[in-house]
Design a protein around this ligand. Sequence first.
Ligand code: PMT
Length: 400
Amino acid sequence: MLKGKHIILGICGGIAAYKSAYLLRLLIKAGAEVQVVITPAGKEFITPVTLSALSGKPVISEFFTANTGSWNSHVDLGLWADAMVIAPATASTIGKMANGVADNMLVTTYLSAKAPVFVAPAMDLDMFAHPSTQRNLQLLRQYGNHIIEPASGELASHLVGKGRMEEPENIVKVLEEYFAASQSLACKRIMVTAGPTYEKIDPVRYIGNYSSGKMGYAIAEECASRGAEVVIISGPVSLKAENQSIKVVDVESAQEMYDASVKEFPRCDAAIMCAAVADYCVENQSSHKIKREHDELPVIRLKKNPDIAASLGTMKSDRQVLAGFALETDNEDANAVEKLHRKHLDFIVLNSLNEPGAGFKTDTNKVTIIDNTGNRRVYDLKSKRLVAKDIVDVLIEKMP
Ligand code: PMT
């Protein structure tokens, strides 16, 4: 799994830096190409000579090489990497990463990295347990970084507790599992609907809703990061897909979203219907701006929009998986189950506007996934990025 992978190994100043040499050796043995980036404090614990001998590359520590004036580009490094592993990660570097304090090559490279970042903390037990360290680690999790939890045991201080850097073999295992998972949707084509729909009243007004597209785009990114070919049928949002391979079809109304979805779905292995689609559109749309000078109040007559998820549910073949969302304010569970069956979904993701931090616009969500066999999984409040991971895990289970 690691053969040919470009890995940045970030090393900070802590006793566990001696284990980084072994980690580096294991990565090289597994076929990875490794570039070591070390903090100034890291060099106090392990020498660049050892690390460059093991990696076969000069170790990067400074922004400039003093005698030649040549410049180390953290941006190029960030683009080169398939993964960045920071092991050991000290409390200080974790704090800088969490808060964007880019005062050394390691943190600037971290901030430029497009690839997944794995952080293996190592420090004394009280430093690890301190609310400041825990808050910073939580921020890194929210940024989508993978925290490789430290183990418990005897520490450099001879105290016993949680803070020992995870063993190099286990760090390599985490990377191998990550790269294996990143191929789990290879050769699959997945459609995601995202964002709101706008239903025109006249040339300047519309009926819409508060969907930002964050949840749908996070799902699309997660599918793409696992190797899928992804198409987003997107209502009007201000987001851009980060993964360049994602195709975005922009639509405005529910009818346009329906037309695009029905066209794409037959070529897809799965569809996740996350858009907040308007159930009604305006039957008596005005081709001119409705003026307020008239004495009579305008009458807006509504008609039903097509139900996109339900239509795909009737088209769906045995090789396709169809997932929907239920956004509820009351009778949450019963309404979600009713939608699951009526729309012939394989599973439904229930989110409730009664839960703080869930639903529209927030960066977090709290969901329950109910499948067509009656299985229920209740998840904690977490970032939409992490919710997307949970949803895609269930999707993969359901793929034939
Ligand atoms: O975009 P964000 O700000 O991140 O917010 C995320 C979200 C709250 C929009 C998302 O998590 C969510 O709940 N999306 C579904 C919202 C919704 O319309 O739910 P619903 O219960 O009304 O619809 C049930 C399902 O049918 C959904 O999968 C919906 O996409 C689909 N549907 C609904 C109506 C319709 N005409 N066609 C559809 O396909």
